[in-house]
Design a protein around this ligand. Structure first.
Ligand code: NAP
Length: 332
């Protein structure tokens, strides 16, 4: 059987819906899935696509839904509760796996499944949302100095936070300030803020583990990686969250009112320093554009078997598949 379709699981969530709309806009052949009949059925009739209703624990549900698929986008987060089931289903069905997780544990889970992914002949990428342009930037700067030793990345987010992101950010905030030092992930209780040079301005960012310590390490093998975020994580310091009280996420108008920014600097073995930055649409526009760009590559047979990061699979070139996104060298 020729498998040339995509499945989007968690499609009726705030970000899942924007991902599905982007897939529709590009004319991709896809179906949607999720655990709640009403939400999935309504969205499927709106998009005029086939749908599947099953929980992440339902092995037969996965088997049926993935039978004729080439790639899965898992948009159902927190990924702490969905990634292992969805990855395992993809391994069983020989379907390439993508998710939009921002949770470090998900990346490490994907890393631990490298051998299984190779055996199943699939590409396994966790963090194919905001980290696609992030990791492309990391690969770019890494190539600009001799034997890069240290990477620092600042991430400026615009657009507020969706309910799912607020809840998932608790899984990140609870980890403390993690950095990569001499190839190992460690906690750095003494980390302080750092000023980054974005495309349009300088801005101070706060030390925050975002995922590059796993993903950009996979892409660049730089032994020391530190990450910084323009905001406090939304769930940092909060007690248990009540999802009912949180908004779905920013409206299309709110998403269009600002930009996301990335700024990276790398230091080589001789102390040479190189900086570059990315200017991109705001977060909840950028994530769907990014993950669908990666899925589209896979549908066009562009993938690497095994556990991959966005950068190890696609390098800098994927940036040209993400609309309204530019990378520039920062020399001043
Ligand atoms: N880094 C990035 O690029 C990026 C960007 C955006 C979002 N995200 C992440 O993506 C996730 C979703 O965000 P969102 O804004 O779309 O949140 P959301 O509106 O709350 O949607 C979450 C979706 O996941 C489903 N879901 C949650 N837990 C599930 C489970 N255990 N089994 C099956 N389905 C489950 C929900 O189904 P129900 O409706 O049935 O509850 C819903 O469809 C979050 O983890 C967020 O952090 C990451």
């Amino acid at each position: 059987m020729i498998k040339n379709k995509m499945l989007i699981y968690g499609a009726a969530g705030y970000t899942g819906k924007i991902i599905a709309a982007r897939a529709k806009e590009l004319g991709l052949d896809f179906e949607i899935a999720g655990r709640e009949q009403d939400k999935i059925q309504d969205l499927a009739s709106e998009l005029e696509v086939a749908y599947h209703v099953f929980t992440v624990e339902d092995e037969n549900g996965w088997k049926t839904a993935l039978a004729d698929k080439k790639v899965l986008i898992n948009a159902a987060g927190p990924f702490k509760f969905t990634a292992v089931q969805a990855m395992t289903a993809c391994l069983r069905s020989g379907v390439h796996y993508l998710d939009i997780s921002a949770e470090l544990d998900t990346y490490q889970l994907a890393e631990s499944m490298d051998m299984k992914a190779k055996e199943a002949n699939i590409q396994l990428i966790a963090g194919a949302g905001l980290f696609v342009s992030y990791d492309a930037l990391a690969v770019y700067v890494a190539g600009k100095v001799t034997n890069p030793q240290k990477l620092s990345v600042g991430f400026r987010h615009f657009g507020g936070f969706s309910r799912g992101s607020v809840i998932s950010s608790k899984n990140i905030a609870d980890l403390g300030i993690l950095i990569r030092k001499d190839n190992e992930i460690i906690v750095n209780p003494h980390a302080g803020p750092k000023v980054f040079r974005f495309v349009d301005r300088k801005e101070e960012c706060l030390p925050t583990p975002l995922g590059g310590i796993v993903l950009s390490y996979r892409s660049t093998k730089i032994p020391n990686i530190e990450e910084f975020f323009s905001l406090k994580l939304p769930a940092a310091g909060l007690p248990d969250l009540n999802p009912e009280t949180l908004p779905d996420g920013p409206t299309a108008e709110e998403r269009g009112a600002g930009r996301n920014g990335l700024a990276a600097e790398v230091v080589g073995e001789n102390g040479e320093l190189f900086r570059a930055a990315v200017d991109a649409p705001s977060g909840y526009t950028l994530t769907p554009l990014s993950v669908v760009a990666v899925a589209n590559r896979i549908l066009n047979n562009d993938f690497k078997i095994g556990y991959q990061s966005p950068g190890s699979a696609y390098g800098v070139s994927i940036l040209s598949d993400i609309p309204d996104t530019r990378l520039i060298d920062i020399t001043a």
